[in-house]
Design a protein around this ligand. Structure first.
Ligand code: NAG
Ligand code: NAG
Length: 426
């Protein structure tokens, strides 16, 4: 009798859901397993700017550049003893994550670079911060990025990723292009091509451009689209560099004592690069110390960046109501910012400008029809909101936790109740 009931119940579940996703390969397995996967293309060198931008950046294709990081004097030289011998390391503060498995809600600590280096082998500490100024002259600008236009206007930020290995990032996207070079250890990256499967990977925290899925155990009942994606896998080892394309969905793991440095740059200006302005051959003396980094806040001034950011906020469907739009836009800053009347007015103005068909739903169709003038108005509004938030683009967990004042509000993912509150708020 009980068995029969069980079977009936199971039958109903399967009938309702179509197929039972819990039986599919990859369910409760790490991100990147159980589904078809292909390797990333490989080169044995840094390509020229023209080859790099034409073959990889414009078509948005990841590529591994084997051995390319060995051109920097940092390679081999950057030992812990070398760092500990730097005078500045005593006073220079760095921000350090406190857990190797990333969750964007974890604590970030500030400590001297020396303190970090002395203890990271025995702790969960993971330095994620800009390359210390006194070490920048030892990282060469990757050859294909040695172009005047890029170096003057387009570099956004650089980060040093330093741990004793075993780190696991969340599944996320970056609204910038990225070259990541590894100086110690090994990393594995898993990619999903957003042009093929962007609607299958639920980036359920659009404001921070990441997913809350457990990267060690992907639950198909919560993330059903994951049972349909295809992956790219790449392993990189000390000395290799990797191009991570703009907006590609990715997840990163590290193995063994680990140190990487990456550069982010704006994607959109790449399309009109004048290759005659790029160094060919490459200048091995040109380093991070010679480059200017505008920071992520400046991105909000760029209408093209704002466009792509807003596309991710409205999702792939019929569109979102203003309440959902606000939630995606402000994320964890929601409660605090909605107490600010200027912010509320700005958001209403922006929604009105963008909702072209005036159906109170904002969709990608609407966004495709917005005029250039309206986009520049929207960018101004986004920039002012950005200043209020203090850096919503700082989503590579480089922002320091500045207090726990919204501790009890930030984890509420119950859409319906949030939507109700928001309707009243707005
Ligand atoms: C940390 O461990 C690595 C290798 O496992 C070693 O080379 C390094 O010297 C250690 N660092 C310190 C500060 O003990
Ligand atoms: C969060 O809620 C708990 C219990 O509901 C309460 O004890 C705590 O003080 C709250 N924290 C904040 C920052 O409001």
């Amino acid at each position: 009798m009980t068995n029969l009931l069980w079977l009936l119940l199971l039958g109903t579940v399967v009938a309702v859901c179509g197929t039972d996703l819990t039986l599919e390969k990859g369910h409760l397995k790490p991100f990147g397993e159980g589904r078809p996967s292909q390797p990333v293309e490989e080169l044995d060198y840094f390509p020229s700017a023209e080859e790099f931008f034409e073959n990889y950046v414009k078509p948005l294709k990841p590529v591994k550049m084997k051995g390319a990081a060995k051109m920097s004097s940092a390679f081999g030289k950057w030992t812990d003893d070398y760092f500990l011998a730097q005078d500045e390391a005593d006073v220079h503060k760095v921000s350090v994550e406190t857990k190797k498995k990333e969750s964007r809600e974890q604590d970030v600590e500030s400590m001297s670079f020396k303190e970090f280096v002395s203890k990271y082998n025995h702790t969960e500490h993971y330095m994620v911060d800009g390359v210390p100024k006194y070490l920048r002259h030892e990282i060469m600008i990757p050859c294909p990025l040695q172009c005047e236009q890029l170096m003057d206007n387009d570099f956004v930020d650089n980060v040093m990723w330093y741990s004793s290995g075993g780190t696991k990032s969340v599944v996320h996207t970056d609204s910038v292009d990225n070259i990541n070079c590894l100086y110690r250890g090994e990393k594995t990256l898993v990619f999903v091509d957003p042009s093929k499967y962007g609607d299958k990977v639920d980036i359920d925290k659009p404001q921070g451009a990441y997913s809350t899925m457990d990267v060690d155990s992907v639950d198909y009942t919560k993330f059903p689209g994951m049972s349909e994606v295809e992956f790219y896998h790449v392993d990189i080892t000390a000395g290799d560099c990797l191009y991570i394309p703009y907006l590609w969905i990715h997840q990163v793991r590290s193995y063994g004592s680990n140190l990487a440095v990456n550069i982010w740059w704006k994607h959109h200006l790449s399309s009109d690069l004048d290759y005659t302005q790029c160094n060919d051959p490459c200048d091995t003396q040109l380093t991070l110390a010679d480059a200017k980094f505008a920071g992520f806040t400046e991105l909000a001034r760029d209408p093209e960046e704002v466009k792509s950011q807003l596309r991710s906020f409205v999702g792939h469907g019929d569109g979102v109501k203003i309440s959902k739009f606000v939630k995606n836009l402000l994320g964890d800053n929601l409660i605090v910012l909605l107490q600010n009347d200027d912010v509320k007015t700005s958001i209403n103005e922006m929604f009105t400008l963008l909702d072209i068909d005036k159906n109170a739903l904002l969709s990608r169709d609407d966004l495709d029809k917005v005029s250039d003038e309206a986009w520049s108005e929207v960018s101004d509004i986004m920039y002012s909101i950005e200043q209020d938030i203090g850096g919503y683009y700082d989503d590579e967990n480089i922002d320091i936790d500045d207090g726990d004042d919204d501790e009890n509000n930030s984890n509420n993912d119950d859409d319906d109740s949030d939507e109700m509150d928001l309707h009243e708020e707005l």
